[in-house]
Ligand binder design. Structure first.
Ligand code: ADP
Ligand code: MG
Length: 321
């Protein structure tokens, strides 16, 4: 199968690739054309996943398709943006029809879930590498950035933490667990659900926000630095699932929630007066700490003692400590 037939069969022909809405022109020309509503800003973000680094060689293609788009779409949700479209740059070692079919179905499934349209891409040969660029729109000046946290704000997260860190040894085949424990963790790892509804509800209310990709502590460090304040996390307040607690026990589950990456849950700072509105919308919100004067991120135990761990999160290119 040649490049163009491959694109047509698996991608341009997918339901998520139809034009419409803000997509004035989709796949097939030199560029796609987007027509955002006047007064809106375009939100753009790119994520790359490399086989052997971000996911194991031989990973299920349907699950990989879902996850590749979800991790990129999560950045739009974190900015309070509404979904428009995405491009897919696909580098493939070969053209395996089984793989392409599964991948395009998983991608399409997540695209429909997120209401994102596939508007273009590029197809090349090489080590399996998946790059998605997402486009969204947000009313000018209303995007949720990392800067803006104010002393006195609550630090909140939009769901349970540590799920993906708990799932990772199961994904890598380093550990096994009964289905009742493994399934919810693996579901979260392979199919994170970008928190678009929460991002929209936080517009005009949260003072800073991001999605947790590198771990709560590492990502809160970005809010603290951008906002010029300090964040305190209460270890006893971290929301944990029963599956994670059953797999790891309380202590290791809390460590996973603090330092494990790949959760794609929103973390945000919120003036306390806005908490009832968010809860009233039926959105999951957990208060895990607060914004104080100073710099950096610290972890407190139930007695208010500083128990900040040394290891923060994953960074490419960083030498081991
Ligand atoms: P060009 O050579 O002008 O960059 P290509 O030949 O690479 O265009 O691609 C042809 C059309 O197919 C373009 O509209 C491009 O956006 C789209 N496309 C290429 N690869 C993919 C893909 N993996 N998924 C979706 N669209 C793709
Ligand atoms: Mg090209």
């Amino acid at each position: 199968m040649g490049e163009f037939e491959l694109i047509r069969h698996y991608f341009a022909g997918a339901p998520c690739a139809r034009a419409g809405g803000a997509v004035a022109l989709g796949i097939g020309d030199d560029c796609a054309l987007l027509a955002p509503t006047p007064g809106q800003q375009l939100a753009v973000s790119t994520d790359t996943l490399v086989a052997g680094g971000h996911f194991p060689h031989g990973a299920d293609p349907f699950l990989l398709g879902q996850r590749t788009l979800a991790v990129a779409a999560s950045d739009l949700a974190a900015m309070g943006a509404e979904p428009l479209g995405f491009t897919l740059a696909l580098t493939l070692p070969d053209t395996d029809p089984h793989w392409l079919q599964g991948f395009s179905e998983g991608l399409n499934h997540m695209a429909e879930h997120c209401r994102l349209r596939l508007i273009g891409g590029d197809t090349t040969r090489g080590t399996l590498t998946l790059t998605v660029t997402v486009f969204g729109s947000v009313p000018a000046g209303q995007a949720l950035t990392r800067a803006g946290a104010q002393v006195g704000d609550l630090l909140c997260v939009g769901g349970v933490l540590g799920q993906a860190a708990g799932a990772l040894p199961l994904v890598l085949g380093q550990r096994e667990a009964p289905a009742a424990i493994a399934e919810p963790l693996l579901a979260h790892y392979w199919s994170p659900s970008p928190q678009f509804a929460l991002g929209l509800a936080l517009r005009g209310r949260a003072t800073a926000a991001l999605d947790i990709s590198d771990g709560l502590l590492a990502d809160c460090g970005h809010i603290a630095a951008a906002s010029g304040c300090a964040l305190q996390v209460e270890r006893s307040a971290l929301p944990l699932s029963n599956a994670l607690l059953a797999l790891l026990g309380d202590d290791a589950a809390r460590t996973a929630a603090l330092s494990g990456g790949d959760d794609y849950v929103l973390a945000f700072t919120l003036p306390a007066e806005h908490l009832p509105y968010i809860v009233g919308q039926g959105l999951a919100v957990h208060v895990v700490g607060r914004v104080v004067a100073g710099s950096g991120v610290s972890v407190l135990d139930a007695n208010g003692r500083d128990i900040t761990p040394a290891i923060r999160g994953y960074q490419h290119f960083r030498e081991s400590p």
